[in-house]
Design a protein around this ligand. Structure first.
Ligand SMILES: [Zn+2]
Length: 133
């Protein structure tokens, strides 16, 4: 028996393989392969590319750390129409985050009509002194 709370929504496990490539040093792909831990190491989950032959494919519920992020995302709408722009943006962000195993809940979606500032003036290079202009 454990005191670990049961998650309301199942999350996909993500690969624990360390790649050494920044910004993330872990693979992070969806990981159905379990490498059971020991007294020295915690359980680890691995993707098809990084699992070992001794790992077991498992959908058993195991303990994991859920990371919950609160963030703000700004996108240019695909339409000036509020409903079209907001609906498309929500779906696009949902698809992007679900592709990495996230479960997404949207709390607030707002939009406004804006315009970009003009681009910076061209940097006109002046020739060094002594050279014809
Ligand atoms: Zn992996």
């Amino acid at each position: 028996m454990t005191n670990t709370p049961i998650a309301a929504h199942r999350l996909s496990m993500r690969c624990h393989h360390k790649t050494g490539v920044r910004p993330s040093t872990w693979c992070g792909a969806i990981a159905p392969w379990l490498r059971a831990g020991s007294s020295l190491f915690a359980d680890g989950w691995f993707c098809a590319a990084h699992h070992h032959p001794s790992d077991i494919e498992s959908s058993q519920a195991r303990r994991y750390r859920r990371v919950r992020l609160q963030l703000y995302v700004d996108l240019a709408g695909v339409s000036l129409q509020q409903a079209d722009a907001q609906t498309e943006a929500v779906e696009r962000v949902r698809q992007a985050l679900e592709a990495i195993g996230a479960r997404v809940s949207f709390g607030l979606v707002v939009s406004a009509i804006l315009q970009n500032a003009p681009p910076p003036a061209q940097d006109v290079k002046t020739p060094p002194e002594g050279l014809p202009r």
